[in-house]
Design a protein around this ligand. Structure first.
Ligand code: SAH
Length: 225
């Protein structure tokens, strides 16, 4: 077992993950690789699973939810093409790991979680890591971000869903800027297609990336609660 302070073991496990699971697959964006090096995944997993923090898979985070596999976090981040001018909306805060990764590349991240308990613990970790460009909201993310708290531009440049949806919820496509990108696991069964969707004036250009397995987004425009 790795102790909380056993930094060198986490560093070795993280380097192994970067080499084998990210660079060894198709993660090429140097900014994404740098961020995946920086963010300590061990801080986002429960004590009981900390020794598996850099294993190649999801892990339980309580409330029947999971922190995503590191490769999928890196892949979704790479495909979303986030830069430091971007206002990013994330649906499904969970542990806050993906939020932290996005926050290091974006201007600001707005993240929604339906369980207050998960949102609060993610907030505590991000505060401890000194991350200040994230706004949290507890509610049904399938219905979008509250209108009264939108960025001053009134829209988002990028949107990431980290829970599966039957189709991309309409309340999420509306506040997406022209030229903006949404990434989401889409499908009815246990296996979904990871879809990337670019808004071009009045239409969406969609591309499927790969098959993925995510927990369901429960809410008005997601799956039944
Ligand atoms: N990105 C997260 C993965 C979280 S799993 C991480 O790296 O840890 C998906 C999350 O979506 C869960 O925490 C779940 O509670 C949340 N979720 C499900 N339905 C939701 C909804 N309608 N609105 C907001 N969050 C939702």
């Amino acid at each position: 077992m790795f102790g909380r302070d056993n930094k060198s073991q986490f560093t070795a496990a993280k380097e192994h993950m970067l080499r084998r699971d990210l660079k060894g697959r198709d993660i090429r964006d140097p900014r994404v690789l740098a961020v995946m090096t920086k963010v300590p995944r061990e801080e986002f997993v429960p004590e009981s699973h900390r020794d598996q923090a850099y294993s190649d898979g999801p892990l339980p985070i309580g409330m029947d939810q999971t922190i995503s596999q590191p490769y999928i976090v890196a892949l979704m981040t790479q495909e979303l093409r986030v830069n430091n001018d971007c206002e990013v909306l994330e649906i499904g805060t969970g542990s806050g790991y993906q939020t932290a990764v996005l926050s290091k590349l974006a201007k600001k991240v707005y993240t929604v979680e339906r369980f207050a308990e998960l949102s609060q613990s993610a907030q505590a970790v991000l505060t401890r890591l000194g991350i200040g460009n994230v706004e949290f909201y507890v509610g049904d993310g399938s219905a979008g971000w509250p209108a009264s708290r939108l960025p001053s531009s009134g829209c988002f440049d990028r949107i990431m869903l980290t829970a599966a949806v039957p189709q991309i919820p309409k309340p999420l496509t509306e506040p997406l800027v022209d030229g903006g990108i949404i990434i989401a696991p889409v499908g009815y069964s246990g296996v979904q297609e990871l879809i990337i969707c670019e808004k071009k004036v009045d239409r969406f250009i969609e591309r499927a990336i790969c098959d993925v397995r995510f927990v369901k987004l429960r809410g008005k425009y997601g799956f039944e609660s």
